[in-house]
Design a protein around this ligand. Structure first.
Ligand code: PEP
Length: 259
């Protein structure tokens, strides 16, 4: 049985002092919850990772550490980049790969997404590969074709036994930061299609174990319904993860759904 993952993507928010405050608040609230089959992760900016890791480890908080990106290069003349081995040394467990903001603003194409996913997995971390269609693609009925291309390219050549090292997040671009989430039915359909693509590439057992997330304006108001889809195993949460209260309200809905 798959567990749920509720992951908070802080994007370009929270300096390290604000991160200390948010993690403290989150840790306190989580101590009042019985997480059961729900795992919680946060993806702070690079400059917060060491701080968050120390707090999580020191206070034994039930929070997994995630990063928002890394280079597909190991080392060398790549000014401003951070490598997968550097993240692994900080006990980072999850790395977002190919978030739509990286694809759109930092020229991350399918090939680089694939190379980055491989680099993350090689270092023993979990690649959270983000895929999703634009509004125009959706209107032209291309959603499933776009998802198939992005997923197939990202996982091509990965070993069959990669189930624990891979998460795929369906994040329709028109839903990110807009306040308009996909319907639960659309999220389920997309995740089901993604699972079929994984099955055809990596086999039935892996496809059955890989966790698929939905992301895009998730909130406590829609979390339960979104998570009720049999192929939706969690949520990638942007805006609502920036406050401990709103993030925990979503986690509480996930606990209710996975009881
Ligand atoms: C995201 O950017 O990954 C995201 C899901 O953002 P939001 O929840 O703010 O739509």
């Amino acid at each position: 049985m798959r567990t749920a993952l509720i992951a908070g993507n802080w994007k370009l928010n929270k300096d390290h002092l604000e991160a200390i405050h948010l993690i403290g608040d989150l840790g306190l609230r989580l101590s009042n919850l019985d997480l059961g089959r729900v795992e919680v992760a946060v993806h702070p900016p690079f400059t917060d990772l060491r701080t968050v890791q120390s707090l999580v480890e020191g206070d034994k908080l039930p929070i997994s550490l995630g990063a928002q990106h890394c280079s597909h290069h190991h080392h060398g003349a790549f000014t401003g980049e951070v490598s997968a081995p550097m993240l692994a040394k900080l006990q980072t467990r999850y790395v977002l790969v190919g978030h739509s903001e990286r694809r759109a603003m930092f020229a991350m194409d399918d090939q680089v997404v694939h190379q980055t996913a491989k680099a993350v997995i090689t270092e023993g971390m979990v690649a959270v590969v983000c895929v999703g269609e634009t509004e125009a693609e959706r209107e032209q009925g291309q959603t499933l074709a776009v998802l198939e291309r992005q997923v197939r390219s990202a996982i091509a050549g990965l070993p069959d036994n990669v189930a624990d090292d891979l998460v795929v997040a369906y994040e329709p671009l028109w839903a990110i930061g807009t306040g308009t989430a996909a319907t639960a039915a659309d999220a389920q359909d997309a995740c089901s299609a993604i699972r079929r693509v994984i099955e055809s590439t990596l086999g039935t057992a892996t496809a059955g174990s890989v966790r698929l997330l939905y992301g895009g304006s998730a909130s406590s108001a829609n979390a339960f319904e979104l998570l009720s889809g049999p192929d939706v195993d969690g949520l990638l949460v942007g805006g609502a993860s920036l406050e401990a209260q709103s993030f925990c309200d979503i986690i509480a809905e996930a606990i209710r759904c996975y009881r």
